[in-house]
Design a protein around this ligand. Structure first.
Ligand SMILES: [Zn+2]
Length: 323
């Protein structure tokens, strides 16, 4: 005999779907990813010196990072971090070692936050424009490969771990589809998956509340932010718009506008099944969202979605690219 509990459980999943003639949506995998680097224009708009010292994290950024990790873990998830190698030049990395010990993965974000698509020396990174002797005699491709390699070496020496995947500094609307040479370089360094694609979408005029056009464009971009495999086997796990930098630097948005856009985007992915890869930067979020509202909201949405969504990391997502 069916108990009331059995009946209710059945009625809300299989039976309800069958009655409506619909397939239940695939479980949505949700990753919260934070890039550990300092961000131009934060904490104050005129701050640009970080361009030359991306890894010189300030205390506020480190505190925010640790508390964000604690909150997501309390919800049964992890944060997937990507660190620039210069973080490991700081005297003390105990705060990051504790985060790793709590089970949060840390991936490679290059040593100096270099543009992996650069083909001219001046396109690589600000630091090398000011101090060109650091890369003298090397081709951009050699500089970039070495910059990825030494980030892992630093991580190994300071944290005792290998990187959990690779994320390109900056996102590219088509990922690395047109750069098989860069894909091959990363595969040669041992990476099986990367995160480089950030689909194009509207942001609206700076300082203006996003209208329906902008929000629709962000929701529509979720379809282009689904994981896939490049022809030579490397897996891409894109970033899901809108990022904090896109909203607060690009759009000069207010926090409530950002929360609304992220909520609409995540809800739309949960409704259809797929992957959502939130991209944030503690160096920006501590300024614009000091109460962790974005991260708490994502955790709450996933919790309320029950069996339809789960918090995970990019490594787990990369095991099952959809295409
Ligand atoms: Zn970055």
């Amino acid at each position: 005999m069916l108990t009331r509990r059995d009946f209710l459980a059945g009625s809300t999943s299989v039976l309800a779907g069958a009655a409506l003639g619909q397939q239940p949506a695939k479980k949505t995998l949700v990753a919260i990813t934070l890039d550990l680097e300092m961000s131009r224009n934060f904490p104050t708009w005129d701050a640009t010196h970080w361009d030359y010292e991306k890894g010189n994290l300030n205390d506020e950024t480190k505190k925010y990072t640790a508390e964000a990790a604690r909150r997501v873990k309390a919800h049964g998830g992890v944060i997937h971090f990507f660190a620039v190698g210069r973080v490991f030049e700081q005297a003390n990395v105990d705060w990051l070692r504790e985060i790793v010990q709590a089970g949060h993965p840390v991936g490679n974000h290059t040593y100096d936050h270099v543009n992996v698509r650069a083909q001219l020396p001046e396109e690589i990174q600000f630091r090398f424009n000011r101090s060109p002797w650091l890369i003298e005699g090397k081709s951009p491709a050699e500089v970039i490969r070495e910059n990825v390699r030494v980030c892992s070496a630093a991580m190994k020496m300071r944290l005792g771990i290998d990187p959990a995947g690779f994320r390109t500094p900056g996102g590219f609307s088509d990922g690395l589809r047109d750069r098989p040479d860069v894909q091959a370089m990363l595969q040669g360094l041992g990476y099986t998956w990367i995160s480089s694609l950030y689909p194009a979408h509207l942001v609206g005029d700076p300082g203006k509340e996003p209208d329906a056009n902008v929000l629709d464009s962000i929701v529509a971009a979720q379809k282009k932010a689904q994981p896939f495999r490049y022809p030579k086997g490397l897996v891409e796990v894109p970033m899901s718009p809108i990022s904090d930098i896109g909203a607060f630097r690009g759009g000069r948005w207010k926090l409530d506008w950002f929360l609304k856009a992220v909520r609409l985007a995540l809800d739309s992915v949960i409704a259809t099944g797929g992957v959502f890869d939130f991209l944030g930067h503690p160096s920006c979020l501590y300024v614009v969202d000091p109460e962790f509202r974005t991260i708490d909201m994502i955790c709450d949405i996933v919790k309320k979605a029950g069996d339809q969504a789960a918090l995970t990391d990019l490594g787990a997502i990369a095991k099952h690219p959809t295409a």
